[in-house]
Design a protein around this ligand. Structure first.
Ligand code: DLL
Length: 435
């Protein structure tokens, strides 16, 4: 098979040289952050570290961690390392209590991020002759803009579809002969089903590959999607805080995602103790971005649990591979591609005059996530008429939709009818088998 690299000299850089490059960039980045981000400087001072203590990769564990809580504390500008006038874009992800995480980009940051996405598209076989249909959401979410930029860099014809309007997705796919599909795996599965319902066979479309991520998906789901669309399906990983999609991507081996190590240093830590774990251990993934200018997070705890492997890959890339995330070390759920914290739902319930007796049930039916919320009526809201109950359900569902951006089905239950737990309350039942 022909070699598919976008930046071959970097993607296949000998490991020792890559380590040297990381060391050099880390030293520079720590100084940049220390000098420009008072919030992080204070954290370093509290740990008794100065930029002079960081001479290379081996000194990384001396630095303090950053977490989502820091991002909320420092919201909106507290972690900015460049003057706002040098920034050209923001992206954002929903936060726990309505406060969002906002990430800033200079033009240089956008450029490097798009390179990462271009590497992913090239690894999936994309060239300037391809037609790349991007149906990740566009807007504050990083999915659409990231893959869009990557596709431009590769020189492919880019269809900036955004998500939804499946009828139109299918029409463009068929009429314009899309060859690469970029969206969440659940949407890919849905498009596959929709094509079948309309009488199309897998060989009727021109697709050859798909680049799917932003939510957990299984090998079984991969096989289903590959079969229903007649393609090879590639995983892609990333998070808003570190730029967006393209932090890591799969090559033709489909055996773990190569982390773009010239831009990100990856560590695996014990989520309870913070101790750095040896290669091959399962733990929380931590990233240090060594090239970002505006929002350069050092030792950022992703809360994603996974394993790293430095085993040689037959694709020729030398960058470390991460496994699919196997879960999270916090309670964040990803439902239909949207990050959801149970506390967001609880906030709405309490604001609307309900109690904290509720249960969230998540399932995946026909490859699409379902969200059901069972809520106890407080005695004063209890009513016997079906109409009144159904009105209350609708208005509560609307309030939750405003908070989360996705629509739940709300089921109101009689006072004291939900099982009380004797220990920790089990608020979330996730029936999806994602790993
Ligand atoms: O989901 C960025 C992205 C867009 C990635 C498009 C891939 C494709 P956030 O909304 O900030 O950013 O969510 C980040 O999503 O910490 C993981 O828990 C989860 N996640 C992202 N990619 C994958 C994946 C985008 N391939 C959070 N498999 C991360 C499993 C994923 N989980």
């Amino acid at each position: 098979m022909e070699r598919r690299y976008y930046q071959p000299e970097i993607e296949t850089m000998p490991p020792e040289k890559l380590r040297e490059l990381q060391s050099e960039r880390l030293v520079k980045q720590v100084r940049h952050v220390y000098e420009n981000v008072p919030y992080y400087r204070k954290k370093m001072e509290e740990k008794g570290v100065t930029p002079d203590d960081i001479k290379g990769l081996e000194d990384l564990p001396k630095l303090p961690f950053l977490s989502k809580a820091d991002l909320r504390d420092a919201y909106p500008y507290g972690l900015l390392a460049k003057p706002l006038s040098d920034c050209v874009r923001i992206h954002s992800t929903s936060g726990t209590t309505g406060k969002r995480v906002v990430a800033f980009y200079t033009q240089h940051d956008i450029d490097l991020w798009e390179d990462c996405c271009a590497r992913a598209i090239t690894a999936a076989g994309g060239t300037k002759d391809d037609v790349v249909q991007v149906c990740y959401g566009y807007g504050l979410f990083t999915g659409g803009p990231g893959l869009n930029g990557g596709s431009h860099k590769v020189g492919s014809l880019t269809l900036p579809m955004s998500s939804g309007n499946t009828e139109r997705q299918i029409q463009f796919m068929m009429d314009l002969g899309s060859t690469i599909l970029c969206c969440t795996p659940s949407y890919a599965a849905y498009i596959g089903e929709s094509l079948k319902e309309r009488g199309y066979k897998p060989e009727d479309n021109k697709l050859k590959a798909g680049i799917f991520g932003a939510e957990p998906w299984t090998e079984e789901m991969r096989r289903d999607i590959e079969k229903s669309l007649g393609i090879k399906a590639y995983d892609i990983y990333g998070l808003t805080e570190t730029s967006g999609p393209g932090v890591a991507f799969e090559c033709e081996e489909q055996a773990g995602m190569h982390i773009n190590e010239d831009h990100f240093i990856a560590e695996i830590i014990d989520p309870d103790t913070g101790e750095v774990l040896p290669e091959g251990s399962k733990g929380e993934l931590v990233f240090t971005s060594i090239t970002k200018e505006a929002f350069p997070l050092l030792r950022y705890r992703t809360r994603d649990i996974c394993v790293l492997s430095r085993k040689k890959c037959s694709c020729g890339r030398t960058h470390v591979r991460m496994s699919k995330p196997m879960g999270r070390s916090d309670d964040m759920l990803i439902i239909r591609g949207v990050n959801v914290f149970p506390s967001q739902i609880e906030t709405v319930l309490l604001n609307e005059g309900y109690t904290s007796n509720y249960q969230i049930e998540v399932d995946r039916v026909n490859n699409s996530d379902t969200l059901d919320i069972y809520v106890e009526l407080p005695p004063e809201k209890f009513s016997d008429t079906v109409r009144e109950i159904s009105q209350k359900e609708k208005s509560l569902a609307a309030a939750i939709t405003t908070m989360l951006g996705i629509k739940p089905v709300v089921h109101l239950a009689a006072p004291k009818s939900l099982t009380r737990s004797e220990g920790k309350a089990v608020r979330v039942v996730d029936r999806r088998k994602l790993v």
